[in-house]
Design a protein around this ligand. Structure first.
Ligand SMILES: *[C@@H]1O[C@H](CO)[C@@H](O)[C@H](O)[C@H]1NC(C)=O
Ligand SMILES: *[C@@H]1O[C@H](CO)[C@@H](O)[C@H](O)[C@H]1NC(C)=O
Ligand SMILES: *[C@@H]1O[C@H](CO)[C@@H](O)[C@H](O)[C@H]1NC(C)=O
Ligand SMILES: *[C@@H]1O[C@H](CO)[C@@H](O)[C@H](O)[C@H]1NC(C)=O
Length: 619
């Protein structure tokens, strides 16, 4: 997309920053997916949304509480936004009129058409930067909001948030896209410490609570307060994270990512839920119900979203080099999967029967547990035979995941998996969260090794099959893995690049190069998002070992159609303004390349624009 802008005059020696974009409009709605009825959360100006044509709109959807959805409709003008909203909603409560939109910049943004009392709902926020890479109107901003932290626990809150932000952005997960992100903390003291249990929130800003006492979901009871808090920050709040002050597993995805700072689980939940909301992908693990996005193939005959990442099949497979090899499916089956989320007792085990076809040479028992600090507290058996499991070191009563691989075939017929609590003192906290049996072909039929891209079957809660790119490379499947697979990582870049332009700013100025007679250079300064050759040096030795992707920026300048070759790759252009030679139409082309993006159908890796320098410097 070419953006044109002009400079009517330049005031020497002041540098003039060029406004590259008009801000698009965003209508945020809450919709009941059953009735289709909508109410307005906010109608505001929003930050850059790239490659959105005039008259075109973009809709994103996140789950919110009580089975509702939060829809965000973005377009360049009010009419397009409202027309799209009419097509999405059966009826409206308080649909705004085109003129209603307040040109919201950060400080006033909470006033943008939220109910009148919203202002009163907005908690006082103490906002501080955690990791800042650039201006919020050209970055994707993630904000940690505090819940269940007393005034005197503010330092703990900041330290918890810092640990999690570092965990998901140093060397792993979001590491390579970190220059596109800002992380903030927004502190509000709570009157009570910790989060509620038994469905009852404590006296905290967002009212976080667990349904029972067991470690599972953490919910919020004050969505309107959380919304007011995030909206009040404008461009500075793209993905709000509500962090409840509790040391153990728990969380929720959707409109608000809810997490705890659990040492073992906080970062796991955070990056998995952000994966859903930022990349807009579904699950990769078995037993879910939503499989969609760049990492999911639902029909074997459909185009494979990650076809450009596929690995060659093992060399001695017959299909190699044939067309069918492109549709090779790794051979596996799921004879049992369950999410019991059940508290265990010593009187009777939790057990399940399943049948095997006896046709697979390998199998796996996968389960997750909480409240079980030592191996002697629980016996896990398959057909009466002990499965040796041992708790992750220092896990205590927090939740963790266990895989027991068996390089043997399950026999044809019925089998039984059983979980027997041994330690009576743990009744009421020992919990079996999930359990699953998978069977696999030989390594030739099912490539289990990391880095292999193919079609791996994923089995839903109703045992329908979809396909994912890798066996276990992705945190969307294996939450204990800190990284995305390449298909998700590419999706991540492309999602973020919709909201971030490579050009942070461009400015024009004059520089005096001679006194008598006075002579000037016309100077253009370009500031790019710090990627490729402009990435900042690592802050410490640890970060110095972090993986850096292969990437580059190409920068080209043209004046009145002719390339200024000597400025190729440069962020500063100096043209001698003698006899008005600095006047003219300048064109900038920026092209970014990264090994992490192979296909860019929307042209998001390009940026640039035309702009006019109309005046000479000396006048
Ligand atoms: C799922 O379907 C496959 C194929 O029909 C079957 O072998 C397997 O046992 C089923 N698993 C479950 C959990 O029903
Ligand atoms: C013990 O746990 C089993 C398996 O979850 C359950 O069926 C049973 O009702 C429980 N017994 C008691 C006394 O809670
Ligand atoms: C699994 O068993 C097969 C066949 O018995 C053997 O060739 C292979 O090396 C074993 N693999 C492992 C990881 O033990
Ligand atoms: C980054 O990851 C690499 C490879 O996984 C590892 O060798 C290195 O120690 C890690 N560095 C940090 C800072 O964790």
């Amino acid at each position: 997309m070419k953006v044109s802008f002009s400079l009517p005059f330049l005031l020497f020696p002041l540098a003039l920053c060029i406004d590259r974009y008009t801000r698009p409009k965003e209508l945020i709605l809450e919709r009941d997916p059953n009735s289709g009825s909508c109410s307005t959360i906010a109608f505001r100006d929003t930050q850059v949304f790239r490659n959105l044509e005039q008259g075109e709109s973009h809709v994103s959807k996140l789950k919110t509480v009580h089975g509702l959805e939060r829809l965000s409709v973005i377009a360049h003008d009010d009419t397009t936004v409202l027309n799209k909203a009419y097509s999405l909603c059966s009826d409206f409560e308080a649909l705004p009129e085109p003129g209603d939109r307040l040109s919201g910049t950060a400080p006033n943004a909470q006033e943008v058409l939220s109910p009148p009392e919203a202002d009163g709902r907005k908690p006082k926020l103490k906002i501080e930067p955690l990791l800042r890479s650039g201006p919020s109107n050209n970055r994707v901003d993630l904000v940690f909001f505090s819940d269940g932290y007393l005034a005197e626990e503010k330092e703990k809150f900041i330290a918890d948030a810092k640990r999690l932000a570092d965990d998901i952005s140093n060397n792993h997960t979001f590491n390579t896209v970190k220059p596109l992100l800002n992380f903030w903390t927004a502190f509000t003291p709570s009157k009570e410490s910790g989060i509620g249990v038994g469905g009852k929130p404590k006296d905290t800003p967002y009212g976080l609570y667990r349904d029972g006492t067991e470690l599972r979901g953490v919910y919020y009871s004050k969505p309107e307060v959380a919304r007011a808090a995030c909206l009040s920050m404008g461009d500075q709040c793209d993905y709000p994270i509500l962090m409840g002050n509790d040391p153990f597993y728990g969380g929720l995805g959707g409109e608000f990512t809810v997490i705890t700072p659990s040492l073992a689980n906080g970062a796991l939940v955070l990056r998995h839920e952000l994966g859903h909301s930022v990349i807009e992908v579904g699950e990769e693990y078995d037993g879910g119900f939503a499989y969609f996005g760049v990492n999911a193939l639902n029909e074997l005959a459909a185009p494979i979203p990650w076809s450009h990442w596929l690995s060659p099949p093992p060399t001695h497979t017959h299909e190699a080099n044939t067309v069918t090899a492109r549709r090779r499916v790794e051979r596996s089956v799921m004879p049992m999967q369950a999410y019991p989320w059940t508290l265990l007792n010593t009187s009777s085990p939790w057990k399940v029967q399943f049948s095997s076809s006896g046709q697979y040479p390998r199998h796996l028992a996968r389960f997750s547990l909480s409240g079980l600090p030592s191996a002697s507290d629980l016996s896990v058996t398959l057909d009466g035979k002990d499965l040796p499991w041992s708790p992750r070191q220092d896990i205590g009563i927090d939740r963790w995941h266990y895989d027991i691989h068996m390089n043997t075939s399950l026999s044809d017929g019925l089998h039984e998996l059983s979980f027997q609590l041994k330690n009576k003192k743990l009744e009421g906290s020992a919990q079996l969260c999930s359990s699953e049996i998978l069977e696999f072909g030989t390594e030739e039929e099912f490539v289990s090794k990391p880095g292999h891209y193919s079609l791996y079957p994923t089995f839903s809660e109703t045992n329908t099959t979809s396909y994912r790119p890798t066996n276990e490379d992705c945190l969307m499947r294996i939450v204990t893995t800190p990284d995305f697979c390449k298909a998700c990582l590419e999706g991540l870049w492309l999602s973020l690049l919709r909201r971030v332009d490579f050009i942070d700013s461009i400015s024009a100025s004059c520089e005096q190069i001679g006194v008598s007679p006075p002579r000037f250079n016309r100077v253009l300064d370009l500031s790019l998002v710090p990627l490729a050759q402009f990435r900042l040096p690592p802050e410490d030795d640890l970060q110095a070992t972090a993986r850096v992707p292969e990437e580059s920026y190409t920068i080209r300048w043209f004046k009145d159609g002719a390339e200024l070759e000597e400025f190729e790759g440069k962020t500063r252009v100096e043209v001698d303004d003698k006899d008005g030679q600095g006047v003219g139409l300048y064109t900038l082309e920026v092209m970014f390349k990264t090994e992490e993006v192979r296909i860019d159908t929307d042209g998001l890796l390009k940026s640039g624009g035309d702009f006019l320098v109309a005046e000479t410097c000396g006048h």
